[in-house]
Design a protein around this ligand. Structure first.
Ligand code: MG
Length: 158
């Protein structure tokens, strides 16, 4: 068995585009500033999967200097990385994801996010756990200037 962890952070700004988290659009008066769609949850999960398989990081596979990745749907990154680890003979045991953010509230969207990720990763939604914590108003995330995510994943050879 192998373990991997991932972390990502993006800037948050007031706006009306909403925020993509775990491939689900959360309608709220905020948007994420990023080269891709800025889905921090998926980016952290991608890095955790790549880390577990010893395959580098998301920036090596999808450089933010590449115009092809501009505004790109992060679900495509996750689907690609899932195929990579599958090619190496790995299956996903479970993943545990923690979102660090003051806004938006994640609780109404947790099950939709789990379903979306389970579909992409070809696992059961019970193998995915999603947690969220505020920063109690502390630091840039607490001041609603950013949103971050940590993910950990366990994989095994089939
Ligand atoms: Mg990112």
């Amino acid at each position: 068995m192998r373990i991997g962890q991932g972390y990502d952070i993006h800037r948050l700004e007031p706006g009306n585009k909403g925020v993509y988290l775990g491939g689900v659009l959360i309608e709220c008066p905020w948007h994420i500033v990023a080269h891709s769609d800025g889905d921090v949850l998926i980016h952290a999960l991608c890095d955790a999967l790549l880390g577990a398989a010893g395959l580098g990081d998301i920036g090596e596979h999808f450089p933010d200097t590449d115009a092809v990745n501009a505004g790109r749907d992060s679900k495509e990154f996750l689907a690609y990385i899932y195929r990579l680890i599958k090619q190496q003979g790995y299956v996903i045991i479970n993943t545990d994801i923690t979102l660090l953010t003051q806004v938006p509230r994640l609780s109404p969207y947790k099950s939709a996010i789990k379903e979306k990720l389970a579909e992409i990763l070809n696992i059961d939604s019970t193998q995915i756990n999603i947690k969220a914590t505020t920063m109690e108003g502390l630091d840039a995330i607490g001041q609603k200037q950013g949103i971050a995510c940590q993910a950990i994943v366990l994989i095994n050879k089939e």
